[in-house]
Write a new protein. Structure first.
Length: 200
C-alpha cells in the first residue's frame, strides 16, 4: 500500500495563510509548521493533519484560512510555470484553456497529498472539479458544512490566473456526504456578472 505523503507546497501555504488571517495565532501553529521544516521540506502528514484539525476549531476563520491557502497554492504554482507554457495556455481557446487550467489545479491536488487525485470535466460553460481522498475532509464524524474550501479556492484561482473568471460552488463534500469532493465552477455566470457591471 502506498504511503500518503504531503508535498512542500501545502505547509508553506498554510503557514502564510495563518499569518495573513490569524497573525495572533501564528506562534501556536508554528509548533507544527516549524520554520526550519518549511525551509527543508520535512513537515509531514501528521503535523499538517494536526494543524488542519486545530484550524477547524477556529470557527469561521477556518474557511478564510483555507481559501487563502488555496489561492496561494494556485498563485505560487502558476508563478513557477515556465513562461512559455503559461503564455501558450493563456492563448488557447476558452474551453481548452479551462481544461488546461484544470490540469494545473489537479497537479496541485496530488502535490498536497500523494494519495489524492482530481479529475476535471468542462461542459457547457461549467467546470466540474472532482477531488478524491481530500486531506481536509477526512474526519471521523459527518460535518454539517463542507471542509474543502482549499480545493475550491485552488480551482477558482487557477482558472482566474489563466483569464477565466468563475463562480465556485462546493456541490459535494466528503466530510458531509462521503465519497468525493465536487466543486462546480460556473464560467458563464461570472461572465454575465462582469458584463452587467461593465454595462452599468
Amino acid at each position: 500500500m502506498t504511503e500518503a505523503r504531503v508535498g512542500r507546497l501545502l505547509p508553506a501555504c498554510l503557514h502564510q495563510a495563518i499569518l495573513d488571517v490569524l497573525p495572533q495565532r501564528i506562534d501556536y501553529y508554528e509548533e507544527w509548521l516549524r520554520p526550519d521544516g518549511l525551509r527543508d521540506g520535512t513537515i509531514g502528514l501528521a503535523p499538517v493533519t494536526a494543524v488542519v484539525g486545530f484550524l477547524r476549531t477556529e470557527g469561521e476563520a477556518y474557511g478564510r484560512v483555507m481559501s487563502r491557502a488555496g489561492a496561494l497554492a494556485a498563485d505560487w504554482t502558476v508563478d513557477s510555470m515556465p513562461a512559455f507554457r503559461s503564455r501558450v495556455t493563456k492563448a488557447l481557446p476558452r474551453w481548452l484553456r479551462a481544461r488546461a487550467a484544470g490540469r494545473v489545479a489537479s497537479h496541485i491536488v496530488q502535490d498536497v497529498l500523494t494519495t489524492s487525485a482530481a479529475s476535471v470535466r468542462v461542459r457547457r460553460g461549467q467546470v466540474r472539479f472532482d477531488v478524491k481522498d481530500s486531506l481536509f475532509c477526512a474526519v471521523r464524524e459527518r460535518q454539517a458544512l463542507p471542509l474543502c474550501a482549499f480545493y475550491s479556492a485552488v480551482a477558482a484561482q487557477t482558472l482566474s490566473r489563466f483569464g477565466l473568471r468563475s463562480r465556485a460552488r462546493i456541490d459535494q463534500c466528503r466530510a458531509v456526504t462521503g465519497g468525493s469532493c465536487v466543486i462546480l465552477l460556473d464560467l458563464s455566470a461570472a461572465s454575465t456578472a462582469v458584463d452587467s457591471a461593465k454595462a452599468a
